[in-house]
Design a protein around this ligand. Sequence first.
Ligand code: ATR
Length: 276
Amino acid sequence: MSAPDRYGVMGYPISHSRSPVIHRLFALQSGQHMQYELLQVAPDKLESAVQQFQRTGGRGLNITVPHKSEVARLADELSDRARIAGAVNTLIFQDEKIFGDNTDGIGLVRDLTTNLQLELRGARILILGAGGATRGIAGPLLDLQPRSLVIANRTLAKAEALATHFSSYGSVTACRFNDLPDNEPYDLVINATSAGFKGENPPYPESAVGSATVCYDLSYGLTATPFSQWAAAQGAARSLMGWGMLVEQAAESFQLWRGVRPDTITVLNQMTINAS
Ligand code: ATR
């Protein structure tokens, strides 16, 4: 039998990544002859590590924190969504060329609209945070044609820069956490800060959450994240963690590489079995 096709995920640090488990489950499920490696690569070694992976026959990579912006520079061609996000989470090596794509936003949208059956056209959406995670999701969320998208951030200037960047794709407003444009609860509140990840608990805006609000933390854990605990305590209709986005963005990458759409729900259930 021939050697398995090689894929992997590069990040720094990387030991916590769930991607190998997810892609192995996808491969098993769909009978794909492939292997998926965990690759810890420091920022100053990124270029040489990507080149070496390509040179030695690698077929594709996932790219995670902190390399998502930097790696865009190494691609010969970028998808529109990667270019708009200014970030890449998937590389495809083909015909000696490197294609860069970003499946984070579409992964979130699939979880929200297909798995959770949320109707977001005409909705009012609030994103907390204005870093790389927000850059990845804002474009695909605006494609759903919400009534408005508000980006609230501790540092106003960063929210303003993103609002300007995305303004040609829909109605986007920037503000600070304590200065939301109105006091009505939002339909959807997404936590895209890295605060919980660092064990910090910022003063999220209480007026944003009402009994019909769905709250979604891009972070995930085997126990509730600080934001999802906060959202439940505010009386949100639902308080969800980002497991679905994690599995859906992986499925999009897998489909780009292998041309096969995996069954995500089975894998999601396997991943979160201890998290409910
Ligand atoms: P990522 O790629 O995960 O988005 P990032 O680009 O460093 O990481 O952005 C982190 C985001 O989390 C930023 O919006 C940051 O707010 P600032 O722009 O003000 O730094 C936000 N964040 C991190 N820790 C926070 C905290 N304790 N309180 C509020 N916001 C926080």
